[in-house]
Every structure is written in structure tokens, then in C-alpha cells.
Design a protein around this ligand. Structure first.
Ligand code: SPQ
Length: 426
């Protein structure tokens, strides 16, 4: 049962580590020479799947809550796994690992849960085959389970047909194993954590406008990584703070990488009272700051174009925010939502409609009319963590207690979510 908020949300939260960065820290740690330490690692189900896959590839990893040590064995230190590599619910794990496995002179099989079985893999399989990897699977390698027999790769120049950080990262990781140069050209800039991490681990990477180039055969060295709080997790409380009356929330140590801060641009455009109170930037590493958000009057806006990859995972919670804004919000150019953990156009529209929102699906997004009072209903996360968290925030505004089916999905990216929410309601 989800609770309605009566007194507003007030307090300070330390947002757990960034999911994208935690995955990459383990992956680069495994293929670098020597020890990597990771602090503020996200101990969510997705990142734990990444750890268990690398253990199956022969890498020793120690974890004490959010402190992780990876004993890297260099580019060619992984060994053929005896069992299937289970990626759970994690698209990032499977797609980035396919890039690394494409470089290995052995056989491996990857699979995950029901949601992963529906998600498209052709987008990574196509460039990796062009580089020389042998990949097979259901639907000609387009769906899991997929098998990879790697080795003998050569560099390619690849223009991404969709804006995807996962595809870009898979090609760059394979590029580390390829003979010659690998260049990826992005149609629109996507999150750049892989590029930053290649530098942090001592690798050489050139970025010029939309082209990213690396040379094969470079050796990486272990590093000490401090993972910033995940802005995609912070987004739920940023929106909650705006739409629940009498609220003021401080979120500490949130990652503010420009390629992820689209949510802050949208909050500001919609009229939200949000302040960044400190910002440390260490050029190659990840910028971090604290955020304060207060209850706000919001107005509808249009969201599309180059902004979409900078906030793709925040669209479910932005849709909820739009139900509480005056006027129309149009979200477009976001077809990619259809191939996430659920079809997020469908699940956002169906579940918010049950709560009384005025929202319709379009082919590449949704249109929301606000401001609408929300009513209590039985809703479902359908196993999608971001849908579960969005609905739990929506329930703070319903006229009675709402019921959420499959609430445990939130543990994929934010195991402490319900505890954090409850702490703000005291
Ligand atoms: O890892 P997964 O399951 O794909 O997770 C999601 C999420 O909501 O947490 C997407 F459903 O985030 C992706 C994101 O949408 C994480 C990611 C990354 O770490 O590189 C990139 C984005 O996906 P894509 O397909 O645009 O590359």
C-alpha cells in the first residue's frame, strides 16, 4: 500500500551511487592491470549482476556494502566462463559486456530475465560482427540468449543509427581489442561515462565533435573511483519536492555530468524552484553538486530533440510532473522509450491514466494536460524500477492510499527508495 503525503516532504538525502558509472567502474576494473577501488558503488540488482558476470569470467571482486575492490587481470585476463552469464534485468550489463566479450578468444553465452528477452540486441550485434566477432542468438542474434565467440577484431568507423550510450560503449570497449583505430560517430550526444572512464584508467581517447576515436591494444591501469549519486535516482525526489505542497528537500552529492542533467533544464523551464548549491568539477572525472528543491507552481512545456538522450530515463517522472503543471506538456522524439525495461510510453500512459491523469500516447512520446487531481487506484510497475518509483511518488498526491503491484522492482537501481521516501514524510 502506498501512502498519501499530508505534511509535505522535508529532509536531506544522500542519493545512492550512479548506476551507469558503477557498472563501468567494475567493467574497466576487470580489464585493467591491478587493483581498482570503487567507493559509493550502487549495490542495486543491476550492478550486482555485472559483478557476478565478471566473477564467472574469473575476476576476483570483494564487496563490503558500497565499497568494492576489483583485482583486474588486464585486457586478456578473463577466462572462458563455465556457466551462462546472467545479466538479470540489466541492459547496460549485457550490451557493454558483449563489447568486451567480442574481444575474447573464447565462447560465452549471455541471458537475463523476461524483460531482457524482449529488448533488442541487433543494435550491438551489427557493429560487433562488422569488427569480426561471431555472435548468434534467437532471431539471428537479435534477442537473448546470445552467444559470443570473440577475438581477431579490426577497427571500424561506425555511425550510430540510434542515439545510444550502450551501443557507443560496446563498440569502444571492443575497439580496445581491435587492430587499428575504432571511431564511433553519434547522431546526438549521449552520456559519456565510458569515454571519461577510459581516460581515468590511463587510456587514450580522442573526442572531436560527434566523433570518438580509440586505438586498439592500449593497456589500462587500475584506478580509484568515487561514484557520484545517481541523478536519475535523484530525479524522483526532485519532482516529488516540486509537486508535493510544503516540501523542501536537499539532495547531496548528485552527479551533474552535462550529458545527464536534462532533468534540471526541464525543471527550470517548467518553473521549478531548484538550486544547485555547490559544484565540484574535476575535468576528466565526474562533476558533482548538492541540489535543493522546494514546492513550486509548474507550467507545461515541449520536450524533444537533443534534450531527449540527456533525460531519457527521467521521462516517466517528468510525465507525472506534467500532470501537476498548468497547460500542455508534449514529449516527442522519444521512441527509444519503447525498448526499455518496459515499453515506457505504454506503461506510463496506462498507469497514470488509472490515477486520473489526462495523458495520451503518441508514436514517439506522449501529451499530458495539467493540472489534474489524482485519484487512488491499483497500479503496476510491471517489473520496471522507474515506473515503480514514479507511481510511488504519484501516490503521495492521490485522494486516498493507492496500491502498487510489483513494488520490489525499485531494487534494480534504488534499493533504499522506500526507506528514503519514508524518512522525508516523518
Ligand atoms: O541498463 P538498462 O536496463 O538499459 O537501464 C536504463 C534505466 O532506465 O536504468 C534504461 F532502461 O538506463 C540506460 C539508459 O536508458 C543506461 C545507459 C547506460 O548506462 O549506458 C544508457 C541508456 O540506454 P541507451 O539504450 O540509450 O544506451
Amino acid at each position: 500500500m502506498l501512502k498519501k503525503s499530508t505534511k509535505g516532504l522535508n529532509g536531506v538525502l544522500q542519493i545512492p551511487g550512479d548506476k551507469s558509472i558503477s557498472h563501468r567502474a567494475v567493467m574497466f576494473g576487470a580489464i585493467a592491470e591491478g587493483k581498482t577501488t570503487i567507493k559509493n558503488f550502487l549495490a542495486g540488482a543491476d550492478c550486482l549482476s555485472t559483478i557476478s558476470c565478471f566473477e564467472r569470467l574469473g575476476i576476483q571482486i570483494e564487496r563490503n556494502e558500497t565499497d568494492v575492490t576489483v583485482y583486474g587481470k588486464g585486457l586478456y585476463g578473463l577466462r572462458e566462463p563455465q556457466e551462462l552469464l546472467d545479466v538479470g534485468n540489466s541492459g547496460t550489463t549485457i550490451r557493454l559486456m558483449m563489447g568486451i566479450l567480442a574481444g575474447q578468444n573464447f565462447f560465452s553465452v549471455l541471458a537475463g530475465d523476461e524483460s531482457i528477452a524482449k529488448r533488442p540486441m541487433t543494435r550491438v550485434v551489427t557493429p560487433l560482427r562488422q569488427m569480426g566477432a561471431l555472435i548468434d542468438g534467437r532471431e539471428n542474434g537479435g534477442k537473448t540468449p546470445v552467444s559470443v565467440r570473440g577475438g581477431n577484431l579490426h577497427g571500424i568507423t561506425y555511425e550510430l543509427p540510434v542515439a545510444s550510450a550502450q551501443v557507443k560503449s560496446a563498440v569502444l570497449l571492443a575497439g580496445l581489442y581491435a587492430e587499428g583505430t575504432t571511431t564511433v560517430i553519434e547522431p546526438v550526444k549521449t552520456r559519456d561515462h565510458t569515454e571519461r572512464m577510459i581516460s581515468t584508467f590511463g587510456g587514450n581517447i580522442q573526442i572531436k565533435d560527434a566523433s570518438i576515436t580509440i586505438e586498439g591494444g592500449q593497456e589500462l591501469r587500475g584506478a580509484d573511483i568515487l561514484v557520484p549519486g545517481d541523478i536519475s535516482s535523484a530525479a524522483f525526489f526532485l519532482v516529488a519536492g516540486c509537486i508535493v505542497p510544503n516540501s523542501e528537500i536537499k539532495l547531496e552529492n548528485v552527479g551533474l555530468n552535462e550529458s545527464r542533467t536534462g532533468i534540471i533544464d526541464v525543471l527550470r523551464q517548467m518553473g521549478a524552484d531548484v538550486t544547485i548549491i555547490s559544484k565540484q568539477t574535476n575535468e576528466k572525472e565526474e562533476p558533482v553538486g548538492d541540489l535543493i528543491v522546494k514546492s513550486s507552481s509548474l507550467k507545461g512545456i515541449e520536450i524533444g530533440g537533443n534534450l531527449i538522450p540527456r533525460l531519457i530515463d527521467e521521462i516517466p517522472i517528468i510525465a507525472l510532473m506534467a500532470t501537476q503543471a498548468e497547460g500542455t506538456t508534449v514529449i516527442k522524439d522519444a521512441k527509444e522509450l519503447k525498448v526499455k525495461e518496459t515499453n515506457r510510453i505504454e506503461t506510463v500512459v496506462s498507469e497514470l491514466s488509472k490515477l486520473g491523469a489526462n495523458i495520451v500516447a503518441t508514436d514517439d512520446g506522449m501529451i499530458i494536460q495539467g493540472k489534474t487531481p489524482l485519484k487512488s487506484a491499483k497500479v503496476n510497475s510491471y517489473g520496471d524500477h522507474r515506473i515503480g518509483m514514479m507511481l510511488s511518488i504519484a501516490a503521495l498526491l492521490t485522494d486516498g492510499d493507492a496500491e502498487l503491484e510489483n513494488p520490489e522492482a525499485v531494487s534494480v537501481s534504488y534499493p533504499e527508495f522506500y526507506e528514503h521516501l519514508a524518512s522525508l514524510m516523518n
